[in-house]
Design a binder for this molecule. Structure first.
Ligand SMILES: Nc1nc2c(ncn2[C@@H]2O[C@H](COP(=O)(O)OP(=O)(O)OP(=O)(O)O)[C@@H](O)[C@H]2O)c(=O)[nH]1
Ligand SMILES: [Zn+2]
Length: 364
């Protein structure tokens, strides 16, 4: 197997020199299930586990490999198990803050779990049907900008939209420099535009609400119906090893697509930072507010509200900005709290509420 086909490049090469000196070889995680892995290496595909040392040193779930990660492994002998010794730095990363209390290591704090790593392009899929919703696209854009991957906006179901040019223009106004591709997965129109992002060694993932057509697009790009198979157990070497369906899947154009259950359930977990990427217009206006910590509510000399009044800024933009700010504040407050039992119980409730809330607001 040719590693460059799997995304190996000078960035990872540079970070690998100390490991190659120690006799390790590079591998890319192509599936993960309960910390049992499957990896692509130059000499083929192997089951893998993390080393005892890595397990011992890990103090949160984000210290474990995720699908898409490049790792350093020992050479697996005749079809055996590869042992993972280190994770190379991630060029991009999608993660989720886990509800507290699941893992004692975290002391009950919301913990980061990496869902996918080293994604180059995210196809942010939206339907051009009745589900079309600009605010939702904004929220997903925020999430993608925060990951380090590059967003590409895919407007699917153009076949059922009479006025898709109008929708594209609307999206353009909120998308900054993200490319926008109207397509129809059903009629296969416009799919070549997406194939362009899947050159050899490039990794892409599909993100978007349920029913927008992610599976249909994926099947069209793969050229076959991908079945999402249940976990099966296989006897490997001396111990039991669980193998799962590949979640980093080669496509005929030479690139790779990531499809993990985690990416499918990904919700908006953000921090202050990622507000900036998709609300540049508001951030720019806010520089002119009289108070540096202006909330753009009722403060005197607020440049953001002034812009809404003159029509320079759409009122709904400010509304979605506020909503996102509130969510961020909420999450940060959670992270600050202490970790005793009652707190944890409360957090569980909050996490549940938060999940429901983001579901509801994403559906809006
Ligand atoms: N008219 C039309 N329907 C489409 C198109 N693409 C997908 N669909 C339909 O939309 C429905 C949902 O498609 P899926 O591919 O299952 O959507 P998904 O985003 O994978 O949904 P989840 O698995 O729930 O996340 C199916 O009935 C598809 O046939 C399209 O381009 N045009
Ligand atoms: Zn203001």
């Amino acid at each position: 197997m040719n590693l460059a086909q799997f995304g190996w490049n000078p960035f990872f090469e540079a970070h690998f020199s100390e490991y190659s000196a120690a006799g390790f070889m590079p591998a890319r995680i192509c599936s993960e299930h309960k910390q049992q892995y499957q990896v692509y290496t130059e000499s083929g595909e192997y089951p893998a586990e993390v080393s005892g040392k890595m397990l011992y040193l890990a103090d949160s779930r984000s210290d474990f490999p995720a699908v898409g990660d490049w790792v350093a492994v020992n050479s697996p002998e005749n079809g055996g198990l590869a042992i993972i010794h280190a994770i190379l730095p991630r060029k991009s990363c999608f993660s989720r803050k886990m509800a507290s209390g699941r893992d004692r290591r975290s002391g009950g704090r919301p913990e980061e779990q990496v869902l996918a790593a080293n994604v180059d392009t995210v196809f942010l899929v939206s339907g051009l049907d009745r589900e079309f919703n600009l605010r939702r696209i904004e929220r997903y854009l925020t999430l993608v900008y925060n990951s380090g991957a590059t967003p590409v906006i895919v407007l699917n179901k153009a076949d059922v939209c009479d006025d898709w040019e109008y929708c594209v223009a609307e999206v353009k106004a909120i998308a900054f420099d993200a490319p926008i591709h109207p397509i129809s997965a059903k009629t296969q129109n416009g799919l070549d535009a997406l194939r362009n992002y899947l050159q050899p060694g490039k990794t892409a993932a599909l993100l978007g609400s349920s029913g927008v057509g992610k599976s249909t697009i994926m099947n069209a790009l793969l050229g076959y119906e991908r079945q999402r198979v249940q976990v099966v157990s296989a006897q490997v070497g001396k111990g039991q090893h669980t193998t799962t369906e590949r979640e980093l899947i080669p496509v005929p154009t030479g690139g790779l697509l990531i499809d993990t259950p985690g990416m499918r359930e990904l919700q908006l977990w953000s921090s202050e930072e990622n507000l900036k990427g998709s609300f540049e217009d508001i951030e720019t206006l806010a520089v002119r507010c009289r108070f540096a910590d202006c909330q753009h509510e009722s403060e005197p000399g607020c440049a953001v509200r002034a812009a809404v009044e003159t029509g320079e800024l759409d009122a709904s933009r400010l509304q979605s900005y506020r909503k996102l700010t509130q969510e961020v504040a909420y999450l940060e407050q959670r992270q600050d709290s202490s970790a005793d039992y009652l707190e944890r119980k409360k957090w569980k409730q909050i996490a549940k509420w938060q999940r429901e809330y983001s579901r509801i607001s994403l559906k809006r």
